[in-house]
Write a new protein. Structure first.
Length: 137
């Protein structure tokens, strides 16, 4: 199992559970869609409305975990949200994700952020014993 296989899994399972630190330090989880995966820099990109609670939470405490799952396989990623996404990547995300243009009139109506991957856990519960791989990037 290498990072390439993990990225392939993530590309096929873009709707992920996304956890932030909420009010009073309590976890807050919701479903987000990964918008872009940059394998060269080990970075995942997202878009959200600057009016949403997740945006406010990430501004105050950027630490996140995300979880993609399908069948007996799951991938958990940890990292910190970063809001310095280039205009070129923002436009690319908006132009290549049809759901965004249905919900927002302009790419500039969104807040774009990336999560450089600090660590990734891969679990496959199919075999006995199960496969568990932990990688710190």
């Amino acid at each position: 199992m290498d990072l390439r296989e993990i990225y392939d899994f993530l590309k096929q399972n873009r709707d992920i559970a996304f956890a932030t630190v909420g009010n009073a330090g309590k976890p807050k989880i919701r479903v987000l869609q990964m918008m872009k995966i940059d394998e060269q820099t080990n970075t995942i990109y997202f878009a959200t409305s600057p009016k949403k609670e997740v945006f406010v939470q990430l501004q105050s405490k950027p630490v996140v975990e995300l979880l993609a799952m399908s069948g007996n396989i799951s991938v958990r990623i940890s990292g910190d949200a970063v809001f310095n996404v280039s205009d070129k990547i923002c436009r690319e995300i908006y132009d290549t994700n049809a759901v965004l243009s249905r919900l927002y009139n302009n790419y500039q109506d969104l807040a774009y952020f990336s999560v450089p991957i600090d660590s990734v856990d891969y679990f496959d519960l199919t075999p006995t014993p199960p496969i568990f791989i932990n990688s710190k990037l």
